[in-house]
Design a protein around this ligand. Structure first.
Ligand code: C5P
Length: 317
């Protein structure tokens, strides 16, 4: 007699933060989004999301940034779980625990990582057997940055940032992230970029036509050369983030002066990402930044790392 495997009572999934190595922003589209060309790298700061059946929808906050997790139904992990339940006609109600180690509203896609983790966790809990493409489609519905933490590694993002293509890379890169006290709103930073462009009379370049710069970045990734990658880091949103928070420019310049190979605002900020030569160099830079008093918190991480994956509660194959 064969015994049917017991379904998991709860599932825990871990998903990584991202840094944009390059972010080119096109014109504002009629739907309120901007066309992007970006290169993402997944880095070793993780949120863990655990789902279990419960008698009401509930978010249980935990981890380093527990006090900054929204516990209402607007939480992206709750929205992800509800989207799956709705599409597969599942009546279950879930308790969702989020252990947050990715800085909140920092431009590192922490909320998106939670949504990606919740999608993978619900797929396991409910035994849906969704493939990568189905998960990516659900992810894109939830937000422009949600598909990438599913995939991890390095990827080129286009469209709103949600259409991904893998990027070849060699080696491991060592990052230092300078975290600010208060977050920046992504829509506000995009609006500020539009405002600066309208004042300056600048015509946004078609992000798909920035091939020369991208090719420098791609070559650096292919060769694993951290110095070249440091030179190629670029973010069109950086000037908008600097305009809203002038102290971020001082922070970026200080990190480069302290020996970083390159520094760039991560996504819409306010986190500033610094690339360093080695693990030791990342420790040295952290010490210098801490002594400078220019940022609230400093985190080190390496990249690239894998995308969202089940930690406990995987179904037997
Ligand atoms: O897709 P997501 O909900 O994360 O986007 C949040 C906001 O960021 C959008 O409402 C829009 O204002 C801005 N955004 C944009 N262009 C993109 C991605 C986001 O203008 N490609």
């Amino acid at each position: 007699m064969t015994v049917a495997p017991t379904p998991p009572q709860s599932v825990t999934v871990r998903a990584p933060a991202k840094v944009n190595l390059e972010l080119r922003v096109g014109a504002l589209r009629p739907d309120g989004y901007h066309d992007l060309a970006t290169v993402f790298q997944a880095v070793s700061l993780y949120d863990e999301v655990s789902v279990a059946r419960w008698d009401e929808w509930k978010v249980v906050p935990g981890g380093t940034y527990a006090d900054r997790i929204p516990v209402d139904n607007g939480n992206l992990a709750v929205r992800a779980a509800k989207l799956v339940a709705e599409q597969w006609d599942i009546d279950d109600v879930l308790s969702i625990r989020i252990d947050k180690d990715i800085p909140v509203a920092g431009g590192m896609a922490g909320g998106s990582a939670d949504a990606a983790a919740a999608l993978v966790a619900c797929d396991q809990l409910w035994g849906l057997g969704l493939d990568r493409e189905e998960l990516a489609d659900l992810a894109a519905e939830l937000g422009s940055d949600v598909p990438f933490p599913l995939a991890g590694g390095n990827a080129m993002g286009s469209g709103r940032g949600e259409q991904l293509a893998p990027v070849l890379a060699r080696g491991t890169f060592h990052w230092v992230f300078a975290i600010s006290d208060t977050g920046l709103s992504t829509p506000e930073v995009f609006r500020e970029l539009d405002r600066l462009r309208s004042v300056g009379g600048a015509d946004p370049a078609d992000p798909a036509r920035t091939a020369e710069v991208s090719s420098q970045l791609m070559a650096a990734l292919r060769s694993g050369d951290a110095r070249d990658l440091g030179q190629a880091l670029h973010n069109d949103l950086e000037e908008a983030a600097f305009s809203l928070r002038p102290e971020l420019r001082v922070l970026r310049d200080a990190g480069v002066e302290f020996g970083a190979l390159g520094g760039v605002v991560s996504g819409s900020g306010p986190t500033v990402a610094f690339l360093t030569e080695s693990h030791e160099a990342s420790l040295d830079l952290s010490v210098s930044l801490a002594a400078s008093d220019l940022c609230r918190d400093i985190r080190r991480a390496k990249g690239p790392v894998h995308g969202a994956h089940v930690v406990t509660g995987a179904r037997p194959d």
